[in-house]
Structures are given as structure tokens and as C-alpha cells.
Ligand binder design. Structure first.
Ligand code: NCD
Length: 363
């Protein structure tokens, strides 16, 4: 273990509060590493910013203006794991704001294969750019990068976590919350709603990050629906207990929770994390899929979400049901990422000051 590894180990054991402080700059979000960093106030601000950006996106002059805001900055996308949605939506989000981008998508072409330490790689890459967006197999990689730059670099650049192992995916949670808030905007908002998670909740980083964000809402109830092998881990349940959030853990079938759920968040089995190849395939998940038949057990105003990619957890016949929100959820991802980057670079006032009155309100 190097001296840096030892110091990081000590940081890793710090409280969540202490980490959140380290990921801030001048009292404001700087690195986006874990979803516990996002307060209700910030979520509301990002929600309004995203709505405004989406209206600007309908105007040529709106897009032209956005394209000038960060045209003097550069971003790097460092994606070590497969990604299409997250990668492309971040890339396009950067381009909307005028950021120039560079990328590494295959670690085998990086000097890490020559024996360079992760810390040295990050310090080098970050010195070329003004923002690093990353996805990695190692659950600590984004946290490590943020810690290193905030501790040792005299030019720290923000780090955004685009998925850290089986642990967290805070920007997916952000777009999920945005989609939920919009879906319930004419049903009194997300407060008081019941959200059911279904699928691989043990290794599903999107479900884990979203559970943390839902703690920010009043009187929400969470239902975790999965076979026991894929159930949500105790760290999430402990956090919900500490915040006094009600939840239910069910292991029978998706059907058994449908009548109570205002939102259903489906996920796929994350078998890329199997310790033994094929281990996940021996667990019966047939009762944890949504079929066309299930639609009649759902509330009429329910919202069905999925971070995608999907396998067969949601039958394609559901796609045309008005309760299916997963296509717009994907598109929302790009705009919530524009909002997050703009927020980190303190552009909220300039954006909100842009007149969008000639654009209709969003559907
Ligand atoms: C998710 C991920 O990578 O964690 N995908 C995404 O970012 N939209 C979910 C998944 O791969 O199942």
C-alpha cells in the first residue's frame, strides 16, 4: 500500500457528512459522487433549472446561448465500463453547454496497463480538462479521484460519478427523481407517494442511489420487491430507518405490490457482477417481471420507470401505455445532466434569466 492508498483508506472511513463537505467548494456542490449530497433544496433547484433548459432547448437562440456558456472549458469522459445512455447523454449535455470533450472508454489503451497507479492517471488526465465524468468497476474510483484532487491538486476539477461499481449512480437517480417529480406534478407532487423497486436491488446502483434521494421527500413509502438473493442491502434500510422513512420488503412477486405503488421502478439483473459465472441465472425471477396483464392491477395514475437497458423485465406491449415513462426518462437524462453541470459551474442565474416565454409550458 502506498502512502496515498493509506490516506485514502482513512478518508473512506470518514462519516458521510464529512465526505459531503469534502465534495463541496465554497459551500456548494462541486464533485457529484454520492446521491446523499443532494438536499431537497438542491433537487428543487435542479428540477426548475431542467424545466427551463428544456424550454430553451426548443429555441435556436436558446441553444445558441447555452453553447456559449462553457465554450472556454473542456471535459473528459473516462468510462471504464460499458455505457451507451449515460455516456451519450453526458457527451451531448457537455456539447449543449459548449464544452469540448475528450474520452477514454477502454482502459487497455490507458497507461494504467503499463503499471501507472490510478492516482497518477487521474492527476494527469484532470490536468488537461476542467471536468471529469467517470464510470468505473471499482466502487471507490470516483470518490478516490475527488479526494485526490481536493487534497493534493492546486487545480482541482469537479468529478462526476457516472456509475461506481454496484454502489451508486447519482446522476441516474437525479434524472429518475426529475421524472418522478414531473410525472406527479399534477397529482400533488412526489411527497406522500409510494415507490416500488423491483429486480436486482442488491447490485442495482441506480435503485440504491434513488432510495437515498427519496429520503428527501415527505411521507414517501418505499417497497422493495425482489427474490431474497437480490434484495436491497441493509445499509439502505438503515439509512431509511434513521430518516424515519417507511418501507416494506416483499419477496413474492411484482404483482403483490402493484395495487399500492404510485411508481414502479423496474431494474434488470446485474449479472456482470456475478462471482461465479451464471450464478444469477439459477435464481427464479419470473415473478418479478411486468407483463401486459399486470397493467390492470396498477393505479391509473401510476408511473413505470426503468433506468435501461432492459431485458424482458417489462413486456414491450406496455411501451404504449401512458403510464410507461421510461422513454421520456431517458431523454430527461440529458437535460438533468446539463442542469447539473451548469449548477456546478454556477450558471443558474444566467440560464434562468433567459426569456423562454414564447415557448409553451412543457407537457
Ligand atoms: C444502469 C447502470 O449502468 O447502472 N444503466 C444506466 O446507466 N442507465 C442500469 C443497468 O445497467 O442496468
Amino acid at each position: 500500500m502506498t502512502h496515498l492508498d493509506q490516506q485514502f483508506e482513512a478518508f473512506k472511513n470518514e462519516s458521510t457528512e464529512k465526505k459531503i463537505e469534502m465534495f463541496e467548494m465554497d459551500g456548494k456542490l462541486f464533485d457529484m459522487i454520492i446521491s446523499q449530497q443532494l438536499s431537497r433544496e438542491v433537487l428543487e433547484e435542479l428540477y426548475n433549472l431542467t424545466n427551463h433548459l428544456r424550454r430553451m432547448g426548443k429555441l435556436k437562440e436558446g441553444l445558441d446561448f447555452l453553447g456559449t456558456l462553457l465554450s472556454h472549458k473542456r471535459a473528459m469522459l473516462y468510462f471504464e465500463q460499458p455505457s451507451s445512455r449515460t455516456f451519450l447523454s453526458f457527451l451531448n449535455a457537455c456539447h449543449i453547454l459548449g464544452l469540448k470533450t475528450s474520452e477514454i472508454r477502454d482502459i487497455s489503451v490507458s497507461s494504467e496497463v503499463k503499471g501507472e497507479s490510478y492516482f497518477d492517471s487521474i492527476r494527469t488526465f484532470s490536468s488537461y480538462t476542467d471536468l471529469v465524468i467517470m464510470r468505473s468497476k471499482d466502487k471507490d474510483a470516483a470518490e478516490k479521484a475527488a479526494w485526490l484532487l481536493n487534497t493534493y491538486s492546486n487545480r482541482p476539477v469537479p468529478i462526476i460519478n457516472g456509475g461506481s461499481g454496484a454502489d451508486q449512480h447519482p446522476t441516474q437517480a437525479l434524472l429518475d427523481i426529475y421524472t418522478l417529480m414531473r410525472s406527479f406534478s399534477n397529482q400533488g407532487g412526489l411527497d406522500g407517494k409510494t415507490v416500488m423497486f423491483c429486480g436486482d436491488l442488491r447490485r442495482g446502483r441506480t435503485a440504491r442511489s434513488l432510495a437515498y434521494l427519496l429520503e428527501r421527500f415527505n411521507d414517501v413509502k418505499l417497497i422493495f420487491c425482489a427474490p431474497k438473493e437480490f434484495q436491497i442491502l441493509d445499509d439502505i434500510l438503515e439509512s431509511l430507518d434513521n430518516k424515519g422513512v417507511k418501507y416494506e420488503v416483499i419477496t413474492e412477486s411484482v404483482r403483490s405490490g402493484l395495487d399500492r405503488a404510485d411508481a414502479i421502478y423496474m431494474t434488470r439483473i446485474q449479472d456482470e457482477h456475478d462471482l461465479v459465472a451464471g450464478e444469477s441465472s439459477i435464481i427464479d425471477i419470473s415473478k418479478f417481471k411486468l407483463t401486459g396483464e399486470d397493467l390492470k392491477y396498477m393505479k391509473p395514475g401510476a408511473a413505470i420507470l426503468h433506468p435501461f437497458p432492459r431485458r424482458d423485465e417489462i413486456a414491450t406491449e406496455i411501451d404504449s401505455d401512458p403510464r410507461a415513462k421510461y422513454w421520456r426518462q431517458g431523454r430527461n437524462g440529458m437535460w438533468t445532466r446539463v442542469a447539473l453541470i451548469a449548477y456546478i459551474f454556477n450558471l443558474e442565474k444566467q440560464i434562468m434569466g433567459f426569456d423562454v416565454s414564447k415557448v409553451d409550458h412543457l407537457r
